[in-house]
Design a protein around this ligand. Structure first.
Ligand SMILES: [Zn+2]
Length: 342
């Protein structure tokens, strides 16, 4: 018998070495404590202690407080060179955690002091991806340009235009768009026109939806766009804000879900790990992939999320070979390479 401590170590090594896919990672929310310290050293005038940018493991913050965290981080990432450094560090950290394919998402920002524009922001992320490749990191990286709901439909339209330009010029590094930001800001219908335009241009859509117990109507508006992936979908299968119709729709169209356990617990949209909707979607073998959302803000990493999911939902490293039906395996293989090992 392995000692408990050896067993823990074995598990950590197993999940870390397991080749993984990360499909839902916001660049600024993924900034580690180490990178934050480097950013703070570059801007001593801001006088913000690095601990303010981390959420202690045992401490829970509200969703609103999590959005405040992003504002603090944004004060430190105001120039193209900050974005380049942050992109390279985040990619390196995911690579060190055994991630082989990574899709980063981030909202282009402008800053009047540094002269950064939305375009140079995107270029800095792309430069970070390029330099990481030149350094032969064992990881393949793509970029989803984010539309922040708080910007409203006009900014969304501009973002779509920018994404279209980069889709054509980057040979698949810019893959598509993410819709994110405060889920209470604006209405889904405000973003329909730009998102439809994006779809027509060949951009993929990964949409945050049903993150809060909002109206079913709002969720259905976004689902009717037939997004390529759903971010969170926390309340799709719940009695508050969800319904059987919504679940059936997602199942019928086989829209994969990006599920972020710790993020949902820490931002209090899910009361406990064992009540996470991963359990529901996994039990019906729906294509789902475990992601981190914001590994820096929520103090986690992808291998830890895998280990948590395995322990809470009693998944073993060998379950793929012993416990799944052929139909379940086929369903997973369509869209969630990150789960195939179970
Ligand atoms: Zn997210």
């Amino acid at each position: 018998m392995m000692e408990a401590e050896d067993q823990q170590q074995w598990k950590r090594t197993f999940y870390s070495e397991l080749p993984k896919v990360e499909l839902h990672a916001h660049l600024n929310g993924s900034i580690s404590c180490n990178t934050m310290k480097k950013l703070i050293a570059k801007k001593p005038g801001l006088k913000i202690h690095d601990q303010m940018t981390m959420i202690d493991k045992g401490k829970k913050r509200t969703l609103e407080e999590c959005f405040q965290m992003f504002q603090i981080i944004h004060q430190f990432t105001t120039g193209p060179e900050d974005i380049l450094m942050v992109t390279k560090d985040v990619i390196k950290e995911f690579a060190d955690d055994g991630v082989k394919y990574l899709e980063l998402r981030s909202t282009p920002r402008r800053d009047n002091v540094t002269g950064m524009t939305e375009k140079t922001y995107v270029e800095s992320v792309l430069e970070g991806i390029k330099q990481s490749k030149q350094e032969n990191l064992d990881i393949n990286v793509r970029y989803l340009i984010s539309i922040d709901r708080r910007g409203g439909p006009l900014v969304a339209k501009e973002t779509v235009k920018l994404a279209e330009e980069f889709l054509l010029s980057t040979e698949d590094t810019v893959l598509g768009l993410d819709l994110s930001g405060d889920p209470t800001a604006g209405q889904a219908k405000d973003f329909l026109e730009p998102l439809l335009e994006a779809k027509k241009a060949g951009l993929k859509l990964a949409l945050h939806l049903s993150e809060i117990p909002s109206s079913k109507k709002e969720t259905q508006v976004l689902l009717d766009l037939l997004p390529d992936r759903i971010g969170h979908g926390t309340f799709l299968n719940s009695s508050e804000g969800g319904s059987l119709d919504l679940v059936d729709f997602v199942k019928k169209h086989q829209i994969p879900l990006e599920l972020c356990l710790t993020s949902n617990i820490k931002s209090r949209t899910v009361p406990s790990y064992d009540q996470h909707h991963f359990g529901f979607w996994y039990s019906i073998a729906h294509p789902s992939v475990i992601c981190t959302d914001d590994k820096g803000v929520f103090a986690t990493h992808l291998s830890q999320e895998y280990q948590l999911a395995a322990e809470i939902f009693n998944l073993t490293p060998f379950q793929e070979r012993t416990g799944r039906s052929q139909k379940e395996k086929e369903a997973e293989q369509t869209a969630s390479p990150g789960l195939n090992m179970y």
